[in-house]
Write a protein of this length. Structure first.
Length: 46
């Protein structure tokens, strides 16, 4: 019987960075929020 996948979750990671195409966007920092869920087979980690 196989084990269920393990999950690594990152929720609401807020980063302030310079992004954009226009000069006004590039010169002003903007906040981005990242949510990630990584599923992987747990039996390989044991």
């Amino acid at each position: 019987m196989s084990q269920p996948d393990a999950i690594i979750r990152i929720k609401n990671l807020r980063l302030r960075t310079f992004i954009g195409i226009k000069e006004e966007e590039i010169l002003n920092r903007q906040d981005i929020v990242i949510n990630v869920a990584i599923h992987y087979p747990a039996e390989k980690a044991a």
